[in-house]
Design a protein around this ligand. Structure first.
Ligand code: FAD
Length: 475
């Protein structure tokens, strides 16, 4: 067939993985195009993920803080909530960022091809032009030829098969649209995305139930951190149903009736005004005709790659949510740079030791590397040092004395191999622990680093001091 355009590098998908890969490839001299079905660049993260959720969580945190200063003698009226204005504010934040990306693509002469891409063979992708929100097609088709390709097609929310279609039943994308502030909402899945959205809605006035199949909310960080989070957030929830499954959902005129099964299941169906499905995300590997290019896709839709981010077809790479867990934007960006650099002939490989995780809730929970539980499960000889924020001047001044900073380190070498922080701004602070682990720092390195006083970040240094004691001789 005929070819409409030809490139050194074609990137499929314009999420944080895709645009980072395209920009790096262009910077390294490759003639580059991005294929994207959405009208804007930025993918899930900018349009319906990381950024809109944080715009709303910021507002929620300000409301929470305002309540906190009540104890300091400062009174505010009950906040009035204009959902339309709030939605506009959030859309404005997204607009600034996606507009910025479009400008960056233009400056680098990266072509943006709007449409849905499917492989035709190992060197061609057919793009069907999309309009509107990105699912409607105009019927127009283009064939794009590539020397190298990076698949960055991301993931989509899992929808439970027995749940009916109803405007009151949403996934994270629907929840971020903020169409209403329901009286009572059920959150299916107690992971980070569900709990972040729960925080937003509850601060706006919604009562919450959450149902989770596992025996605890927020799988990932150590339970001591989650306990702190639970205590601070108990007021938001009517019921936290653990080891419980959602088995039936019925949409009636007066509400959504949900039936549960398991340890926390009520005997009767419970009525909700809104239901949020946040029971995980599944990779888009089976939606791009990868087989036509000879690219192997794993059982669950993930595409296997090597340390250079190559698929089994050497000139086709894959990055981001579509290659595996953790499905996080900063992992996608790191992988993007590796793939683009390798494609441009540079020596690069994915050799990051750790990938941090953060729940941007109130308080935040951040963790990186080994958790205590994981070290124990692996029989690793570790020690931990925990600094309670009740001993931090800044945390007390900020009303955050419930938090803590914990370091996990090798019992013999004292090298730091993990960290967990719970409290406001924990996500901003965990970066220091990431750097410590990547550089092979030990607790003395961190403890003898002078941190600014009084800051929450100082608690990382203080935890390290707990670890190495008050006095260490110079070598
Ligand atoms: P995506 O961002 O999923 O982008 C893939 C893009 O490819 C999409 O734009 C899609 O339209 C396009 N596409 C797919 N198939 C095709 C095709 N065939 N043709 C054309 N285009 C196609 N991560 C964090 O690190 N921090 C957070 O705070 C955070 N918050 C989140 C909050 C929510 C509500 C959600 C849902 C996710 C959040 N994540 C967060 C996860 C983060 O959004 C993802 O890890 C990240 O977006 C993955 O990037 P990606 O480049 O792999 O793919």
């Amino acid at each position: 067939g005929s070819v409409d355009a030809e490139y050194d590098m074609v990137v499929l998908g314009a999420g944080p993985g895709g645009y980072s890969a395209a920009f790096r490839a262009a910077d390294l001299g490759l003639k580059t195009a991005i294929i994207e079905r959405y009208a804007t660049l930025g993918g899930v993260c900018l349009n319906v993920g990381c950024i809109p959720s944080k715009a709303l969580l910021h507002v929620a945190a300000v409301i929470e803080e305002a309540e906190h200063v009540g104890a300091a003698g400062i009174g505010f009226a009950k906040p009035s909530v204009d959902v339309d204005a709030l939605r506009k504010h959030k859309d404005g934040v997204i607009g600034k960022l996606t507009g910025g990306l479009a400008g960056m693509a233009k400056a680098r002469k990266v072509d943006v091809i709007r449409g849905y891409g499917n492989f035709l063979d190992p060197h061609h992708i057919e793009v069907e032009e999309t309009t509107g929100s990105g699912w409607d097609t105009t019927g127009a088709k283009k064939v794009v030829k590539f020397k190298n390709c990076i698949i960055a097609a991301g993931s989509a929310a899992v929808h439970l098969p027995f749940i009916p279609k109803d405007p009151r039943i949403v996934d994270s994308t629907g929840a971020l649209e903020l169409r209403q502030v329901p009286g009572k909402m059920l959150v299916i899945g107690g992971g980070i995305i569900g709990l972040e959205m729960a925080t937003v809605y509850s601060t706006l006035g919604t009562r919450l139930d959450v149902v989770e199949m596992m025996d605890g909310l927020m799988q990932g960080p150590d339970r001591d951190a989650v306990k702190v989070w639970e205590k601070q957030n108990a007021h938001r929830f009517d019921k936290i149903m653990l080891k419980t499954k959602t088995v039936g959902v019925e949409a009636k005129d007066d509400g959504i009736y949900v039936t549960f099964e398991g340890d926390g299941a009520p005997a009767e169906p419970v009525k909700y005004d809104m239901v949020l499905q946040s029971a995980g995300r599944s990779p888009n590997g089976n939606k791009i005709s990868a087989d036509k290019a000879g690219v192997v896709v794993g059982e669950r839709g993930f595409i296997p790659v090597d340390a250079q981010m190559r698929t089994n077809v050497p000139h086709i790479f894959a990055i981001g949510d579509i290659v595996g867990q953790p499905m996080l934007a900063h992992k996608a960006v790191h992988e993007a740079h590796v793939a683009a650099e390798v494609a441009a002939g540079h020596k690069a490989a994915f050799d990051a030791t750790v990938i941090p995780g953060v729940a941007y809730t109130h308080p935040e929970v951040a963790w990186v590397g080994y958790t205590e539980a994981q070290a124990k499960a692996e029989g690793k000889k570790v020690e931990t040092a925990k600094f309670p924020w009740a001993a931090s001047g800044r945390a007390i001044a900020n009303g955050a004395d419930y938090g803590f900073t914990k370091l996990i380190f090798d019992a013999e070498t004292h090298r730091v191999i993990g960290g967990t922080i719970v409290g406001p701004s924990a996500g901003d602070m965990i970066g220091e622990v990431c750097l410590a682990i990547e550089m092979g720092a030990d607790t003395v390195d961190i403890g003898k680093t002078i941190h600014p006083h009084p800051t929450l970040g100082e608690t990382v240094g203080m935890a390290a001091e707990v670890a190495h004691g008050s006095c260490t001789d110079l070598p």
